[in-house]
Design a protein around this ligand. Sequence first.
Ligand code: ZN
Length: 261
Amino acid sequence: MSRVAILVVAGGVLLALVMGSGPVNSPRANSPESAPRAPAIAAIKQPKAPTDPKPTKKVNCRRAKCVALTFDDGPVSQTTEVLSALRQRGARATFFVLGNEAVHNAKLLRRMVREGNVVGNHSWDHAMFTRLSSAAIRREVQRTQRVITAATGTTNNPVRVPYGENDARIRGAVTRSVHAPTVLWSVDPLDWKYRNSATVWRNVMRAVRPGAIVLLHDIHPTTRAAVPRIIRSLQARGYVLVTVPELFNGHLKAGRTYFRR
Ligand code: ZN
């Protein structure tokens, strides 16, 4: 009896998702070349919707207590551990990928998007943009964007500059490269420094506030191991775990920089 009830609820959630796809980062919404064929594509893809594994419904972060987990420097093959933890708990996140890793992991990028997550652009090879010419910055950003678009169909994905280096010249170069917002963070648990899952978890939980953007790195085993506990603890405190575009209800503006809601 209860199993049937759960199935019905899950079906309702899936239906709600199919109806309410977000405007930012949606492959169909942002891909001009697919626009004329949109009705045909929708007709073909619709029968697949009930098996779509996207776990949660649309959230209004003006009312809900939202937080955006972000994962930088991947993807690596073990990023699947993070994706599975998110999916199991009905959570979503944003993955700021490096082009030179993403190019070997197109399947992972597709899974991210399929499961409701957002892929962001973290440069090609994590160069220090302060040491690059504006033309070189542009190549870093555009080359990575091409890899993301080839894998997922999404365009103008949010950018996170390596090391958060975001002075006026870099901002200008990024803005001329892609029509996208820059996303930094408000909570940094220093997971690259404290290679200890309990410490990473504690640092996140101490600093988190509604509307926070949390900086994590899926390349570290200690961080990946901390993710299930971070998700559980945040949800126990009433947080809804969303992507960065969802955190701003889809109203991110190209050329602007965001640290938190
Ligand atoms: Zn990084």
